[in-house]
Design a binder for this molecule. Sequence first.
Ligand code: ADP
Ligand code: MG
Length: 384
Amino acid sequence: MASGNAIKAIDRESVHRICSGQVVLDMATAVKELLENSLDAGSTSIVVKFKQNGLEYITVTDNGCGITDANLETLALKHYTSKLRSFNDLASVRSFGFRGEALSSLCALAHVTVTTSTGAAPTGLLVEYNSDGVIQSKTPAPMTKGTIVKISNLFEGMPVRRSEFVKNIKREYNKCIGLVQAYALIATNVRISCVSQLDKKPAVTYIATSGNATVRQNIINVFGPKAMADLIDFELKLVEGKLKSPSNKEWANSDGEQEGGDGDDQDDDEQDQEIILTGHISSPSFGKGRSSTDRQYLFINGRPCVLPKIARVINEVYHSFNTNQSPFLVANLILPTAAYDVNVSPDKRTIFLHNERRIVEELRNELTKLFEPSRSTFAVSQAS
Ligand code: ADP
Ligand code: MG
């Protein structure tokens, strides 16, 4: 049918919209991107606010470095970033963002305004962007050092997405809360809070961490003291010593079918590595877990992410001690940035972990050792 049609480029604006819809899949992705920008800006306090559960607007307010006048011009242009200069920087990237496409995508999908101050001038600026990420208006506004990004009418230009969004708003909102919780748990030196306002009612605060705490204290602040009652603290050394570097072909394929030979190879590019999993997990003693896996938070170097194989082995080991329940879990995998790749999906939640198979097996051993003392407790409580 289309064989006779000329092949032509899609117009620039349409391409932008099509691609933006892939970067910002839902409200939770929008919130995640803004929250990460605030963290990258060195903030010590961040407030995420939802008006009408986010249907009307979302604001993320921080006390970070603010944005200079010059940077406001390019802030929301595609692939403009202050965090990465070239492909080679990817291996060492520690900031949450680096692709320079969140704000540009949000401009294509919502109405975006930014109020910001670097603290250099007595007032700040309120800037309104159009759907291309170009400044539409700029006016002075009272503002202390930091930034407020406001996203109104998310997906307004995409009728299908918007109607799905409206229909599923409760679920979307809950997903956002789960996401803010994840950052609030792991960020020990940033005060993170979440505020909801419906109609003209007073705003309600849902999450509030102190900004000067341990992960343990954050768990109490986010989930209440009961959540902490039966948690075991752990720090498991999974790998210590030589591992092949990712530049080595075998190493990059280590999760494939044929595992690189263990132990006796004399490759020049082996590097000293230390891989640690640290965090808190429910004791497998009977009655101490949860009925679902809904409260399991995994991080790589403090970045919330999805690690299905790691999650699976943790649940498997736990279930071998407690068949009835699943653990509450907050666990941070600490490893060199060169040992994993975050640039797998636009939302950066899927991670390519080099040597994953080895990590998973070590984790199985170490976790079993950790739980071993509770085996007798479990047997006793089951018998009674
Ligand atoms: P990325 O985070 O990948 O760089 P974004 O589109 O999310 O891309 O942001 C573009 C740039 O805008 C960032 O690199 C940063 O310099 C600046 N920026 C965004 N949000 C903030 C903020 N809250 N405070 C300070 N600078 C910000
Ligand atoms: Mg960003």
